[in-house]
Ligand binder design. Sequence first.
Ligand SMILES: [Zn+2]
Length: 702
Amino acid sequence: MKRLSSQTLVGIYKTKEGMITTQFEPNFASSMFPCVDNPEEKAVFKLSVRVKKGLSVISNMPVERIEDDGEKLTYVFMDTPRMSTYLLYLGIGNFEEVVDDSAKPKIIVATLKGRSDKAKFPLEVARKTLAFYENYFKIPYQLPKLHLIAVPEFLAGAMENWGAITFRESALLADENSSIITKTTVIAVIAHEMAHQWFGNLVTLKWWDDLWLNESFATFMAYKFGAKVYPQLGFDGLFYFIETVSAMLEDSISSTHPIEAKVSNPVEINELFDGISYGKGASVLRMIEAYIGEENFRHGVINYLNKFKFSNAKGEDLWNSLSEISRENVNEILKDWITKPGYPVIYVSAEGNKIRLKQERFSLVPLEKFTYKVPVTLEVNGKLITKLLDKEEDVIEMNEEVKSLKVNVDRSGFYRVYYEDLDYVFKANLNDKELAGLFDDYFNFFMAGMVNYNVAEALIRKLMNFKGYITSSLISQRLSLLYSVNPNKYEGIAKEFYLSQVRLWKGSDDELGKMVYSNLIEGLAFIDYDFALGMSELFQYYDRIDPNLKTASVIAYSVVTSDVNTLMEKYKGYTFDEDKQRFLNGLLSIRDGTRISQVFSQIHEFKLQDLFSIVVGYAMNPFTRKTFFDFFLSQFNMFKDYAIKVSGGLWGLGRVISEVVPYLGLENPEEINAFLEKIYQKELDRDFRSARDKLTTLLRLK
Ligand SMILES: [Zn+2]
């Protein structure tokens, strides 16, 4: 008999609290039972599970019967529909369930005993999501029930097992004591996983090369649902800020890949779960939807789902369906974006009545050049124009003189825009998302060495008093990066920006305003000791204060005291991940770098899912970087073992190298480069390249 591991978060494993659970995607089903572990080989599964009395069992299908042999109980489940191995689920534990059987199918949120108080909110969200998708896809959900299961230790955010979706606790459980950011995350993650019940479960990719078909769609649909059903939370802007902006960054260095990638071995397959498959794919879908129209897009999707349900499809099947419906050349455009890595910057200049467009691949380090088929949108003197730019250069002639001009309207296109003269764009009317996009493009031009820092700083100053939630969030994110790279150089501008924005957003009583405000004071507490001193007073009232102020109070307390002991006790003492996450944030914000040894001496106290945040956090924090640099290099084998064990493969180590090493490199680039050479492994070549390119870019900011 095989003993279950509690050192890993893949295959079948046991959490510290004693729950047994499975995580099979992409290739871990075969670690539990012999099978052809390949998405194309679908089968009907019949599961019987014998357990100790008092435990309950959850799987994809409802329980058909329970047999009692006197000693133990055997749970026999109904047959599943034809499905892939990676979607099978088995959970055993002491569960508490909150059920909504007001409509079909029955929806159930399952938590460990004593944790179901926070299950009502996700239950409501799930019911709304199901109704939305059944209406959007015009195909009913296929199983008799749907479980949403809170797993206390979980590697990803969530997993779409058919009829038995698993979540990290913080991505599922929320109530009136949760912050708006947590609730927004819960909505987005539930909507993402439920979209997979159609995109992925009903119609499955043939092979992992087409992973984007699953992930791009689920990502795209989640924001669409959020924007329609929870308009007050600003999902439309969040799509751009969270998905497009970060995917563009990831797509700018040599480790990127085409959306449809060729993968064969387990490391490659696991590495494919990245910002390109999720964020870039979703952004390209958004660009195509904007090009062919919402209804055409939707009908194309419905045809595709109906044609391939209970079977498997490839990327071209989707774009063929979209082309048939819209009679546009979507086929060629999509193919171009799916099969080429990277994206362009479009240089724009205007003279008289002429607008000149010229494209070139944008990248942060020198890379192979491509020309893309770009559906460009422009607003010229207030009029909307679209133009398919499918060659390097083109000219648009207007019948009037160009006075104002903006390109990439509503930032629906996956490209950057470089204006020869920024005056034209400031004469146009830019919305929050467009201003954020303008700033992000120029910030990236600065990182690429195309413009100098003054240009980026001038834009920050220009937007300092502008009240827009995407612009504010994006600038604050970039400033915290700059501060992390060199606190002395960037502290002044960062403080000025944060203080000005905090004044603008203070006292907001709408949900979006509160979300932005909490984000700003968290940033300010980290960089401004005086502000932290005042804010840290709230720490003693942690349980009673507004949930949106809690994280800032913890960060402030940490900045002022570096009190690892108290923060560690709180991390251990609170039950829910949302609280644990805040104290973890505190532990990562200390200013006394020597205290990190206290944290690492208690590393076994942390949930396995938090280990990655800890190493990234100490590398990014400029006050702990130096101590962590020495520790990481001297203890590398320990970090390596952990990463491989927890993630079930080398790819986990790859992630650590690509995310942690660049920040450590700021401390001593020569030593880090020599270290990278020493630990180089061919299988992780992509991650080594990613680490080097990121370091090159970060050093430009210093
Ligand atoms: Zn997904």
